[in-house]
Design a protein around this ligand. Sequence first.
Ligand code: AMP
Length: 480
Amino acid sequence: MPSSFDKYPLSKEILSALRQLDYRAPTPVQEKVIPEILAGRDVLAKSQTGSGKTASFGIPLCQLVQWDENKPQALVLAPTRELAIQVKEDIFHIGRYKRINVPVLFGRSPFYQQAHALRQKTHIVVGTPGRVLDHMERKTLDTSAIKYLVIDEADEMLNMGFLEQVKAIIAHLPGHPVTLLFSATMPKEIERLAKTYLRNPVRVEIKAKTITVDRIKQTCFCTEEAEKLRRLQEVLVLQNPDSCIVFCNTQEKVDTVHQGLTGSGIPCGKIHGGMEQDDRIAVMNQFRRGAFRYLVATDVAARGIDIDHVTHVVNYDMPRAKEHYVHRIGRTGRNGRKGTAVTFYTKAETQDAWDLQEYTNSRWFYVLPPSRELVERYRSAFEKTLARKPDFKPEKGAAFSDSITKIHINAGRKTKMRPVDVVGTICSIRGITSNDIGIIDVQNISTFVDILNSKGDIVLKALQTRPIKGRPRRVSRVDL
Ligand code: AMP
C-alpha cells in the first residue's frame, strides 16, 4: 500500500519500516524538515515533543547514512537518559530493515559496555552530553566520520547546564557537520548557539498549540500543601484515570507521594533523577507497557516521554518553569487522543495559575474540592479499576514481529564470536541469504540476530543442530 512518505527519495527498507510503524503520512514538522535534511541543509526547528520531531530527523538520517561505513556517521544529543533511550528506539525501528546500528550512551551505566558497543559497526550514536564527551575524550567514540549532528531539546540542555558540554562536543567534531537543532522554546542562548554553529539554517516553527489546548481539558483547584495527598486520592477516585502521571517538583516529594499512595493501597510507580539508572529504565518500560496505572515523577525524568495511553496528568506541585507546564500536560492527549490535566495550586500561587493560563493561552476549569459523599459514591468504580489489570500495551517493536524474528545465540565476545561467524553459518542454510539477516549484536556471552523476511522459523530450526564457529550453540527466539 503506498503511503505519502513515498514522495521522498527514501529506500524501500525505510519505507517498509515506516509502514510497519503505521506512519501513514508525515506530520507537519516532518513535511518541513525531512526534505531539508535530505538536501543537506542545517535546520533550526522550534517544535515540541509529540509533533513527530524524532522521526523528522530519524527518517532522513537513516536514509543518508552509508551502511558499509563502520564508523558512526551521525551523533544525536539528548538532555536526559530516558529521552536518549526513546530517540534510540525510534531511530532503531525506522532503520531496522536497513540494519542501522544505534548505540545509546548515558551516564551512571557501565562505560566499558558502551565502549564495546562502539567498537562494533555503528551508524548513529545517541547520547547525553556528559557521557558522549567522556567517550570522545577517552577515544572510545571515533568522531572522524561524523557528518550529521542533532541537538535535541536544546532549551532543556540549557536549563540543565549542558550547553558548555554541547559546545565542547562540537569542538571535537571534524569540519562542519550538517547540524540540526530542535528546541521547544528559543531563549537567547539557544539563538546564539544556533548563530555560532549552524550555517544558513532553514528555520521551521511548529506551533505548540496543537499539543496543548485543543485536546486536553485543563482543570485546577486550590488546596493547601498539607491537604494535597488527600486531594490527589480524591482526584484519582473521581476521575478514575486509566493511566496517570503525577508531577512533583522534587525527588523527596516524589518519594513521599509514592509512599502515601502505596500506603493507601493504590499501586503506583515512581521515577526521579536520584534513582539508579536501571531502575528508571525498568519503571519507564513497565509504565509504558501498562504494568501499573499511576506514575509519580519529577520533570526531568518524565520530560519528552512518549507514552500514548496516558489519560491524565496531575500537577501535584505547580511547575517551577512555565515551559514545564506545557511539557507535563503534553504527556497526555497524544496521537489524537483526549486528555485531562489537573493542577493543584496553593492560595499563594493564585497569580502563578493566572500567568500560566495566559502563557498557554488557555482557560482552566476551576473546580471545588469534592464533598466526602461524592467521593464515596465514586469509590466502588475506582476500586474496580484498581482490581482490574491495566491493558497490556505492546512495545513499538512488536509491529515488526510478523516479518522479523529476533534470535538469541548462547555465545558472545568471551568465546570470540564475531558477526562474520554468525553470517557464515546462517547463509549456509538452504533458502537463506545475507539479505535475510538484520542487525547482529554481539554481547559478552550472548549474540542477538534479527532474521528478516519471515524466515525466522527456518533459521531457528536449522540452528538447533548446525554448529556456529565450530560448535552447536543454544539458540532461541526472543519476544519482540
Ligand atoms: P515525537 O514528537 O518524536 O516524540 O513523536 C511522537 C509520537 O508520534 C511517537 O510515538 C512517534 O512514533 C509517532 N509518530 C512520529 N511520526 C509519525 C507519523 N508520521 N505518523 C504517525 N505517528 C508518528
